[in-house]
Design a protein around this ligand. Sequence first.
Ligand SMILES: NC(=O)C1=CN([C@@H]2O[C@H](COP(=O)(O)OP(=O)(O)OC[C@H]3O[C@@H](n4cnc5c(N)ncnc54)[C@H](OP(=O)(O)O)[C@@H]3O)[C@@H](O)[C@H]2O)C=CC1
Ligand SMILES: CC(C)(CO)C(=O)C(=O)O
Length: 327
Amino acid sequence: MKVAIVGAGAIGGFIGTRLALAGQCQPSAYARGATLAALRDHGWRMQMGEQLLQAPCHASDDAAALGVQDVVIIAVKGQALASVAQQIGPMLGPHTVILPAMNGVPWWFGAGNAAMGTAPLESVDAGGVIAAALPASQVLGCVVHASTSTPEPGLVSHKMGNGLIIGEPAGGVSPRAEQLGQLLRGAGFDVTVTANIRQDIWYKLWGNMTLNPVSAITGATADRILDDQLVAEFCRAAMREAQQIGALIGCPIAETPEQRHLVTRKLGAFKSSMLQDAEAGRTLELDALVAAVREIGQRVGVATPFIDAVLGLTRLFGRVHGLYPQA
Ligand SMILES: NC(=O)C1=CN([C@@H]2O[C@H](COP(=O)(O)OP(=O)(O)OC[C@H]3O[C@@H](n4cnc5c(N)ncnc54)[C@H](OP(=O)(O)O)[C@@H]3O)[C@@H](O)[C@H]2O)C=CC1
Ligand SMILES: CC(C)(CO)C(=O)C(=O)O
């Protein structure tokens, strides 16, 4: 089976290293710059505790040279997806399965959901560029439950988590989802093949849409955010708005924000991927994680004053620090 990872950063490198070591496929990497050079010099590399895992990697910045794949796993930040989608056409054949291993609202999220309407979400897919490049019929949705980082290009550091949830965007369980689930399970992931990936995506986002931006603004790890009662309650107010939206778009959440926070608090002092980006001077993944929730709220008629505040404050922080495009 031909598998390629597009974006060999913290999550792409995590999945690539595991797949390569398991040996059922030899995943190649579509990468660039310092990451490409490191992959060519050292192969896939991941630090897990004391152990350095390493495996050979064929890496290239030329999609045509990598050629048509059976599976393409995309693990870039949301803001990079439109340009990446337009670069990787030569890797996509009519039967290629595309798995975006990413946080946030994916570009295909509204497809087939009457309440959201059919127009592409401007916050994640302005002008429908991504939808045009990545055919919805070839996509499997994905949720990543892990925390990883890249202390240097091409080297992943695994902090916690090993879970992947995958599923058909239109719902139900399919042979191709089961087959990909098997491949990933064989590489050591805890894989769930779900019949309702939209709901799993919304549930994961429920945490990310507040913890990630608040951590970026404050510089705080998750434990400190949740231990500050004023900040935690601000996050929960935004989560209640997202819960209302979810109920209207087929993604109800049965838990309370308080219950969710108790679970997250047990994970201790971790840095969200957005905090890592802020510290490294990289653009913030704000559109897919927050602006998209606000846009969906507007479409279904839910007022979102707290989500608006999260977005406004983080966007301004991003603009002042050169981490988000200027207005
Ligand atoms: N890190 C984490 O713990 C978690 C992250 N996620 C989600 O996973 C997704 C990926 O995040 P993460 O792995 O942390 O991000 P990273 O920034 O670590 O990795 C993204 C990679 O994509 C590469 N990339 C971007 N544009 C291109 C391009 N045009 N051509 C080739 N490579 C490109 C980047 O290369 P370059 O450095 O050259 O820009 C980088 O290596 C995000 O949606 C994130 O929210 C989900 C769960 C946990
Ligand atoms: C918060 C966390 C680690 C949860 O998996 C995450 O998704 C991120 O850092 O973006």
